[in-house]
Design a protein around this ligand. Structure first.
Ligand SMILES: Cc1cc2nc3c(=O)[nH]c(=O)nc-3n(C[C@H](O)[C@H](O)[C@H](O)COP(=O)(O)OP(=O)(O)OC[C@H]3O[C@@H](n4cnc5c(N)ncnc54)[C@H](O)[C@@H]3O)c2cc1C
Length: 491
């Protein structure tokens, strides 16, 4: 690692990796990942990537319409048009880069259907598309001479300098600092602020906390997607997903009496958008006074199920459920953040030289609710756009980063246990699928107190402390939104 890079990207999910690969080889890029390269929400993505491709019965207007309907027309129409009209090319680019998508006998990309889509437009690699994409992008990034990639290095601060930033990070227990002209936050989601989530352990909203500290505009953190069908076993915080594609292939949702009920809440039944199905389950749960729900795909050919959903089949089997002959226990779970660090069509935040891409950003494409498989697409399209914009600026910009380097301290007080658990429980109790207004004020005050304590106590600088601060910042932001303390805008 050098002590200066024109571009630093924080995050090695699809947004960080694909963005880094867009930079011309004459620009040095540093990617920082707080855990190993493979641990990200990107590598967990199952269903696939939505894209309008040539030679199908699909078209851009249909994908835009589906995206706007799912988003309850709270989407930024301009951003949606960019996403949909440019996304196909990025998907083809991934194929050219060697991502092993499932193909038909003519070598064309196979496309499947997912909830909320009016056409088959989801390209995939079996049911572990995210892993197929990230594994290949990681390989490519490692081959590139202009990209340095450091793992297990936790960024704890991004500080503004003249003409750039200083990035403070914790590597092997020591503080290191690097300067950059442009910083891209690609730090992913916030799932770990909830008790139950499908998100990986890295999803603690660190980038959102850094951006907030820098004064960047943060928007709509209360726009949280709860996935209706996470596996409801005995596991801990991270719940694996029974993807929409299982319902797309005909699985039905049953209540505790073994009755189908989704059509009682929406005419699209099991294939309604996620928020609609999640809410249907919670309401049905209140009606039946039971949290026992199931997905049933046993009417399909067992060989088809195993070939189409090998990962889900194996994961369920490991939990004692053979999905070819047994119903799968499911319940809603935090899954995705539609809001985030507000950016424009080139992923520029409101802070000069600071960009945000992927799940930590708010481009406005998802509106009030994300259409399935639009988020990997968003990560691709807007990370490429960020890189294009930065390269354009770098050709005209030879200014050097100036200003005194911040003095970071290692701290000396041990972080008490239980803070992160308290944040999760408090949030889960006040806003999980349905907002419980009566709990908002108390939760908001509690998050303020926790954050104040974290910011003003000389706690030892380690990952637990960094993430506790991020979680408290995110929880506080969510409460600012739900209590109406923030100005509400559509997008
Ligand atoms: C189970 C599951 C299934 C999904 N399925 C689909 C799907 O089928 N289709 C779809 O479109 N979307 C899907 N999604 C959503 C999608 O995967 C994510 O929105 C997307 O991958 C986010 O990519 P990202 O690059 O923004 O973040 P991530 O892939 O989460 O990467 C974040 C990166 O930031 C790093 N990082 C974070 N904080 C720091 C820090 N402080 N210092 C250093 N590094 C840091 C992390 O280590 C990680 O490398 C799914 C999500 C989940 C959880």
């Amino acid at each position: 690692m050098e002590n200066y890079y024109p571009i630093v990207i924080i995050g090695s999910g699809v947004a960080g990796l694909y963005g880094a690969l867009q930079f011309d080889e004459r620009y040095k890029v540093l990617i920082i990942s707080k855990r190993n390269a493979e641990l990200s929400n990107s590598s967990l993505a199952q269903g696939g990537i939505a894209a309008v491709l040539d030679g199908s019965d699909d078209n851009i207007e249909l994908h835009i319409k589906d995206t706007m309907i799912a988003g309850k027309y709270k989407n930024n129409p301009e951003a949606v048009r960019v996403l949909v009209s440019e996304g196909g090319k990025d998907v083809i680019r991934l194929k050219e880069l060697g991502v092993d998508f499932d193909l038909d006998s003519n070598g064309e990309l196979l496309k499947t259907l997912e909830a909320g889509h009016s056409r088959n437009r989801i390209v995939h690699h079996k049911d572990f598309t995210g892993k197929a994409v990230t594994d290949r992008l990681i390989e490519l990034v490692r081959e590139r001479k202009n990209i340095d990639f450091i793992e297990n290095t936790h960024v704890f601060s991004v500080d503004k300098a003249e003409n750039g930033f200083y990035i403070g990070m914790l590597k092997d227990g020591n503080i290191e600092t690097v300067a950059c002209s442009y910083c891209i936050l690609a730090t992913g989601g916030i799932g770990r602020v909830y008790k139950y989530t499908t998100n990986s352990a890295i999803a603690t909203g660190d980038g959102i906390a850094f951006a907030k500290k820098l004064g960047a505009k943060i928007m709509h953190l209360d726009r949280i997607q709860f996935h209706p069908t996470a596996f409801a076993g005995e596991q801990g915080r991270e719940r694996f997903l029974i993807s929409e594609a299982v319902r797309g292939e005909g699985a039905v949702l049953l209540n505790c009496y073994g009755e189908r009920f989704a059509f009682n809440y929406d005419e699209r039944g099991e294939l309604a958008p996620r928020d609609v199905v999640s809410e249907a389950i919670i309401k049905e749960s209140m009606r039946t006074n039971s949290e026992n729900f199931y997905l049933d795909i046993t009417h399909k050919d067992p060989e088809f199920i195993k070939a189409r959903f090998p990962m889900i089949y194996e994961n369920c089997l490991a939990e004692g459920i053979d999905i070819t002959v047994e119903k799968i226990p499911v319940f809603p779970c935090q899954h995705y953040l539609m809001g985030g660090i507000d950016v424009d069509l080139y992923a520029r935040t409101s802070v000069d030289r600071l960009y945000a891409t992927g799940e930590c950003s708010h481009t406005g494409v998802h509106g009030a609710n994300r259409l399935a498989s639009n988020s990997l697409l968003e990560a691709l399209v807007f990370s490429r756009r960020a890189a294009t914009d930065i390269m354009d600026k770098l050709t005209k910009d030879c200014s050097i980063v100036k200003g005194s380097m911040p003095k970071y301290s290692m701290g000396h007080i041990v972080l008490p246990t239980g803070i992160r658990t308290e944040i999760r429980t408090t949030l889960q109790d006040s806003y999980f699928v349905i907002k419980k207004a009566e709990k908002f004020e108390e939760s908001f005050q509690r998050f303020n107190t926790i954050l104040e304590n974290l910011e003003n106590t000389d706690y030892i600088l380690n990952s637990a402390y960094i993430e506790a601060k991020s979680l408290a910042t995110v929880a506080q932001e969510i409460m600012l939104e739900v209590t109406g303390r923030k100005q509400q805008e559509d997008y």
